[in-house]
Design a protein around this ligand. Structure first.
Ligand code: ATP
Ligand code: MG
Length: 551
């Protein structure tokens, strides 16, 4: 792969410093998803960052499932995440589950209790919140804060044994209720949840909180640089407190970067799951979803996603990226890779009245004019063809150079045809156009007799293959949180248009996930879910042109 990320960023600078100073001999990063949904393009940013950072300095990256919350996690998500990371082109050094560290985490918590640094608290969730104070008001100490070590050990053991109900007790770190950083005001580190876990089953009924579990996971694995998103910046003192007070041998360093947001979509597993559950979309891999599975089904390539992630870079302040930037990278990638072909999305029949009945001609057409290596194909032509409804007008406006009565156009790779007549149905719709062709104008014959202003595409009606086309618009309308609207109310009701049309006969052999450039219509992917041997279904990945400029 020549696509390497050579650009510098503040995280890379930290890594370089740490290697030069001898603080670390080897860089170890991790990608730590919670298996409570499918990965999205925001995760891709984190994946590319973590894997490429380690790779650049000959280090390692672990894939670690942060599965400390039994209620929302599922093996389906674990499998999809592994598939997506691999598909993006990355191979992890080790595969870990946070849940396999539960015993060690428990022991570290007991150690904290013995040091007088943690206590069992009986306050309710609401009371804990109330006692915590605010940014301007210091917190109040829990009446259970000064339990003896013996009592805390006994209660914590009994919490583990299942003697208490959910919410009846928690284990809290004993730090500082007056700290200006609210995260340091005796945060909860263990809670009771009588729920089956996808990996540990019913072995545990107490589960560690993220802020306690994550630094321990990182330290156990010897992670040198623990990269996370900006909202954890205020949690860093707690991260360091846990590493130090739990006396972890290895001391990982947390570094925060800005999360990726993209216009006209949502980017949180909770919201994406809501779209799936409400059946607004056709599953996590619906082509309109910003999930990796959705982008793949729409027709995105790993190369395009990786290049996008590199281009947006790594910064310290949050911003929103225009979705057109993602489109730029798939166009760029498919330009050379996707064979050209003609397709008719909204068919209108054309009869070429002076063309002999029963005659079929084959035109040899290049698959990609930008790359002769991609070969040619045979495109049949006969008396009846389909063109786009938009390519004919009974009464043309100014500057309309396509078909209208009396006008002549070029049929891409075939002949000039001239419109003489048309047929309407009872409702007044044009259902058939009658033309004559000029045999002199055959494509490739070197004809220079006259010029026409319009070139339109077509498929031979006799041999065409019926196909379905799915065109997409943004899933979320741009009116952000207007009048307190929830994002489900901002869903675009017209985010998908389904059309029935035709493709060239050789498209019978198109395989799921194959990508094509349809002349004038854009890049399309063969949908792996709805395509049948009789009828291909094509998802539009992106149209051909955009006004968007990079940089
Ligand atoms: P979500 O809110 O979508 O569930 P999350 O941060 O809770 O996201 P995790 O599964 O915990 O999801 O995330 C795994 C890793 O991916 C974390 O290191 C997280 O920081 C990173 N990540 C998640 N969303 C984004 C994003 N939009 N941009 C960059 N990194 C992200
Ligand atoms: Mg999360």
């Amino acid at each position: 792969m020549e696509e390497k990320n050579t650009s510098s960023n503040f995280i890379k600078n930290i890594v370089i410093e740490d290697l030069e100073s001898g603080k670390h001999k080897e860089i170890i990063t991790r990608f730590p998803p919670e298996p409570n949904g499918y990965l999205h393009i925001g995760h891709a940013k984190s994946i590319v960052l973590n894997f490429e950072l380690a790779d650049e300095f000959k280090g390692k990256t672990n894939l670690r499932f942060d599965d400390t919350n039994p209620v929302k996690e599922d093996t389906e998500y674990v499998e999809s995440i592994e598939e997506d990371v691999r598909w993006l082109g990355f191979e992890w050094e080790n595969l870990h589950f946070a849940s396999s560290y539960f015993e060690e985490m428990y022991n570290r918590a007991v150690h904290l209790i013995k040091k007088g640094k943690a206590y069992v608290c009986d306050l309710s969730g609401d009371e804990i919140k109330e006692y915590r104070g605010t940014l301007t008001k210091p917190g109040k100490e829990s009446p259970y804060r000064n339990r003896t070590v013996e009592e805390n050990i006994d209660l914590f053991e009994r919490m583990r044994k299942g003697e208490f109900k959910d919410g009846e007790k928690v284990l809290r770190a004993k730090i500082d209720m007056a700290s200006p950083n609210i995260n340091m005001r005796d945060p909860i580190i263990y809670r009771i949840a009588h729920a089956s876990h996808h990996k540990t089953g019913d072995k545990w009924c107490i589960y560690p909180m993220y802020d306690f579990a994550h630094p321990i996971e990182d330290a156990i694995e010897g992670i040198t640089h623990s990269i996370c998103t900006l909202e954890f910046e205020d949690h860093r003192p707690l991260y360091d407190w846990v590493v130090n007070e739990c006396e972890m041998e290895s001391k990982p360093r947390q570094i925060e970067f800005a999360r990726l947001n993209i216009t006209n979509t949502v980017m949180s597993k909770r919201k994406l799951k809501a779209l799936v559950d409400a059946k607004v979309v056709d599953g996590w891999d619906d082509p309109r979803m910003p999930t990796i599975a959705g982008l793949r089904r729409k027709g995105y390539t790993p190369e395009a996603i990786r290049n996008f992630c590199r281009e947006i870079g790594v910064a310290k302040s949050n911003s929103t990226v225009d979705s057109q930037m993602l489109e730029h990278f798939i166009r760029e990638d498919l330009q050379m890779k996707a064979p050209r072909t003609m397709s008719i999305l909204k068919p209108l029949k054309v009869v070429i009245t002076n063309y002999p009945e029963n005659q079929v001609e084959m035109f040899t057409v290049e698959n990609n004019p930008d790359d002769p290596g991609m070969g040619t194909r045979e495109v049949p032509f006969s008396r009846e063809i389909y063109i786009e409804q938009d390519d004919f007008m009974e009464v043309p406006p100014k500057k309309y150079f396509r078909l209208f009565p009396g006008n002549e156009v070029r049929l891409k790779s075939a002949y000039f045809i001239k419109c003489n007549d048309f047929v309407k149905d009872e409702a007044g719709n044009v259902v058939e156009v009658h033309c004559t062709y000029d045999p002199e104008t055959k494509s490739g014959s070197g004809f220079t007799g006259r010029k026409v202003k319009g070139t339109i595409h077509w498929v031979d009606a006799n041999s065409a293959v019926s196909a379905e086309f799915r065109l997409f618009e943004p899933l979320i309308l741009d009116e952000e949180d207007e009048d307190g609207k929830t994002f489900l109310e901002q869903v675009n009701p017209n985010s998908m248009e389904v059309l029935q049309g035709f493709v060239e006969p050789q498209m019978k052999n198109a395989k799921p996930q194959e990508k094509f450039q349809f002349f004038r219509h854009g890049y399309f992917n063969v949908d792996p879910k709805y395509t049948t041997p009789e009828k291909p279904v094509f998802n539009r990945i992106v149209s051909l042109k955009s006004s968007f400029k990079i940089g």
